[in-house]
Design a protein. Structure first.
Length: 333
């Protein structure tokens, strides 16, 4: 289970149904007599448009599941002599955890929570309740589907493939690489840290045929994460790729210590990467320009949250276990 996704810069699109009601060949707008459709957009804008369709599909899927659940609640209500609301409350009831249980919950998941317990203890109950309720909802939906012989008929949109220029970004590659896996990440995002821990095993199992690329996409509210990304750029430019990746790994490992902009320099000193060239690059805002440009680059690709992954130009979600992630990537290659 993952927590605190709000820290990872998630944006929810709310779209009118008329905007995404048909295939991407639909007319979008006209300029000086020239009509532009989804399929005539440039590759990057196609990616953004495709993501809008995915977001709309997920909203419709949620609505369809709600209708199946309501029918299931009505069936149980009639059988048990209760109201629909009473049945729903009973089925989606989440046990309230006491302070001792909340502390255990924090200890079991603190790798995904980049703050000390005393700073987050008042929010843990709400986050636990929210995620536990979603888990229950999916379990109840499975029962409802079986009980009502229900089936969701919505066709799932196919993710578009786009050409992504990764020449400016940090990468691990080999002459045998035939595929490219891109991670768009934020050093201060706990989900990105969880993915970071999985990636070495995933890349090892995939072998030399996969090139790995890292693209910065900072959360505007996480000053520490942006500073770390800026110093990372300076290390890559003025030291070496190996020095960059050592710093990159150290930063994710010490994410809980990323409280302010001073983390960038501190991590560089701890990895013996802070010298006059790196310092000059950082203080001259050269790293800032690169990281800001990287952020805009990712936005143009339709990125709204971290981590976001692309495999050979196609956006994908990385499963939360190494085994499942390797299986999915091999299937898509």
């Amino acid at each position: 289970m993952q927590f605190f996704s709000v820290l990872c810069l998630t944006v929810l699109f709310v779209l009118p149904s008329a905007f995404l009601s048909s295939a991407s060949a639909e007319p979008l707008y006209r300029i000086k007599g020239k009509t532009v459709t989804g399929v005539t957009l440039n590759p990057v804008k196609q990616s953004v448009f495709n993501q809008l369709k995915v977001n709309y599909y997920e909203a419709k899927l949620r609505f369809a599941k709600d209708q199946v659940l309501e029918a299931y609640y009505d069936k149980l209500a009639a059988k048990e002599g209760k109201t629909r609301l009473e049945v729903e409350k009973e089925l989606l009831h989440v046990k309230k955890l006491n302070q001792e249980e909340l502390k255990e919950f924090y200890n079991n998941n603190k790798e995904n929570i980049p703050y000390p317990y005393f700073l987050v203890k008042d929010k843990l109950a709400d986050y636990y309740k929210g995620f536990a309720k979603e888990d229950l909802r999916e379990k109840v939906f499975k029962k409802a589907r079986k009980s009502l012989n229900a089936k969701i008929l919505l066709p799932k949109p196919v993710a578009g493939t786009i050409a992504i220029d990764t020449s400016l970004y940090a990468k691990k590659s080999s002459d045998k690489a035939r595929h490219t896996l891109i991670k768009v990440g934020d050093y201060q995002c706990p989900y990105c840290k969880s993915a970071h821990k999985l990636l070495p095993g995933i890349l090892e199992k995939l072998g030399k045929k996969v090139e790995f690329v890292y693209v910065d996409f900072f959360n505007p509210s996480s000053r520490g994460g942006k500073a770390v990304a800026e110093v990372a750029y300076c290390i890559r430019k003025h030291k070496s790729d190996s020095a960059y990746w050592a710093y990159h790994d150290h930063a994710y490992k010490n994410q809980m210590m990323m409280f302010s902009t001073s983390a960038g320099r501190r991590f560089a000193e701890e990895t013996k990467n802070w010298d006059t060239k790196v310092e000059k690059c950082y203080t001259s805002k050269e790293g800032t320009k690169f990281v800001n440009a990287s952020h805009e680059f990712a936005k143009d690709l339709g990125v709204t949250e971290t981590p976001t992954f692309f495999l050979d130009g196609k956006k994908m979600k990385l499963p939360a276990t190494e085994k499942l992630a390797v299986k999915k990537i091999r299937k898509l290659m």
